[in-house]
Design a protein around this ligand. Structure first.
Ligand code: UGA
Length: 450
């Protein structure tokens, strides 16, 4: 099939590459000519395991093309995916200007019947707006063409995006037209072998499903984070509690990990957007409101522990803290809404200096932190170093913020020799408290009150 994907962000690029991998002829469009030049030269603008070789082999096979020309891209596809960004507006609602502008660009150019697919995360009702935008462009041109708008939200996770797309646990198709549904079924056939993963529904339900999924996952995380904080007061261990409840199939084991709060480009944005959607209709989503507040508070938990351990502001001043992990989660260089940014800001404000390391997000982190704390870089109060070991040189304590594989099993005796004040703050419950303590280090996890 001939597929066009508009937008080469995470979702667009991964979808385009995976559709090509399944044998389709795909053209990915981005108005950012520099990005297209990078892609055409074999480069990948994001860090995503498995994506680079997949893009390369499909590009070489002539199944995956990149273009910055709307004329070319719209001419190419019988199915046109809209996978452009929907960043939050100031009031929290999703900014639809990119998606509607893409829809107009499609409407200005189509010359045959097409299926237009909303792949971006968009508020309920957006497919109607996309349909109107295309129809009004067609009317302006006096063109009488049939087209359908389908909602096909994406559920991939950064860091596991290729696998999530190639082996989805569900494929949601929101469509009000049988013909368009049949086209989508055909397109997804290679991803839907053995067990039927297709879930067909109306357009609005599909749009809401995407927000409902992310809101539910965010709710689980905030719930566990709050219970973790309570576990500390009660002398209980949240890790044991997690095992204890996760084995109930009605609850399930995933997304119950307490930590330093959820970040990334999706949960924070989508929770806000759903709250706004509800608010616009005069409806208060009390649970989701609390989820967001709990998450904001959780991002300060590690700083609060560091501060309490050293006896408050007087004790903090002049300390040098090693920080392991900057990206919002492992296996990505994405720094959007990363809890590390909050912690670094708090440590610097308290007069600490920070020596940070991340396996892949160093450049992205430096770019963001240099803009936020230019003086700290200049004075040496903030440094981003090249290895986990370098981060431990001449520091008082270690804070683990992102659970990258390489931080999983450090030599605690070596750590005890490095850390002047002999303490680890484990923001992701990666270590066994007894093992850390046996090396002569104090241990602070999240919700480990025992
Ligand atoms: C999330 C969803 O998991 C995907 O299904 C969805 O497609 C995507 O958003 C999206 O809307 O595009 P992603 O943001 O890539 O994916 O990352 P997650 O693995 O979901 O993690 C989100 C945040 O929650 C991270 O900060 C992570 O550290 C945190 N988290 C996750 C926890 O604190 N505890 C957990 O148990 C799980």
């Amino acid at each position: 099939m001939k597929v066009t994907v508009i937008g080469t962000g995470y979702v667009g690029l991964v979808s385009g590459a995976c559709f090509a991998e399944a044998g389709n002829k795909v053209m990915c469009l981005d108005l950012d000519a520099a990005k297209i030049a990078t892609l055409n030269a074999g480069g990948i603008p994001i860090h995503e395991p498995g994506l680079e070789p997949m893009v390369a082999r499909n590009r070489e096979a002539g199944r995956l093309l990149f273009s910055s020309s709307y004329d070319e891209a719209v001419e190419h596809g019988d199915i046109i995916f809209l996978a452009v960004g929907t960043p939050p507006d100031e009031d929290g609602s999703a900014d639809l200007s990119h998606i509607l502008s893409a829809a107009r660009s499609v409407g200005q150019r189509i010359r045959r019947s097409v299926v237009v697919v909303d792949k971006s995360t968009v508020p309920v009702g957006t497919a109607d707006k996309v349909r109107e935008a295309i129809a009004s462009e067609l009317a302006r041109r006096g063109a009488d063409l049939r087209f359908h708008v389908v909602s096909n939200p994406e559920f991939l996770k950064e860091g596991a995006a290729v696998n999530d797309f190639m082996r989805p646990d569900r494929i949601v198709i929101g469509s009000d037209d049988a013909e368009a549904t049949a086209v989508m079924r055909q397109l997804y056939k290679p991803f839907n072998r053995n067990h039927n993963k297709l879930i067909e529904m109306d357009v609005r339900s599909a749009e809401l499903t995407k927000y409902a999924a992310n809101a539910m996952l965010a709710t689980r995380i905030s719930f566990m984070n709050e219970l973790a904080n309570l576990a500390e007061d009660l002398g209980a261990d949240i890790e044991a509690v997690r095992h204890g409840i996760g084995s109930d199939p009605r609850i399930g084991p995933s997304f119950l990990y307490a930590g330093v709060g959820y970040g990334g480009s999706c949960f924070p944005k989508d929770v806000k957007a759903l709250l706004k959607t509800a608010g616009d209709r005069g409806r208060r989503l009390r649970i989701l409101d609390a989820v967001e507040q709990a998450n904001e508070a959780q991002k300060s938990v590690l700083f609060d522990k560091i501060s309490a351990h050293f006896g408050g502001s007087a004790g903090l001043r002049g300390l040098r803290i090693a920080l392991w992990g900057l990206s919002f989660k492992p296996n990505t260089d994405d720094m959007r809404e990363a809890p590390s940014l909050v912690l670094i800001g708090q440590l610097l404000a308290a007069g600490c200096s920070v020596q940070a390391y991340d396996p892949v997000a160093r450049d992205e982190a430096r770019r963001i932190l240099q803009a936020r704390h230019p003086d700290a870089f200049g004075s040496g109060a903030l440094a981003i170093v090249a290895s986990a070991k370098d981060a431990l040189q001449d520091v008082d304590a270690l804070a683990l913020v992102t659970e990258w594989q390489e931080f999983r099993s450090p030599d605690f005796d070596a750590l005890a020799a490095c850390l002047r004040r002999k303490v680890i703050f484990d923001g992701r419950n990666q270590y066994e408290p007894a093992e850390v303590q046996a090396a002569g280090l104090a241990y602070h996890g999240i919700g480990r009150g025992t």
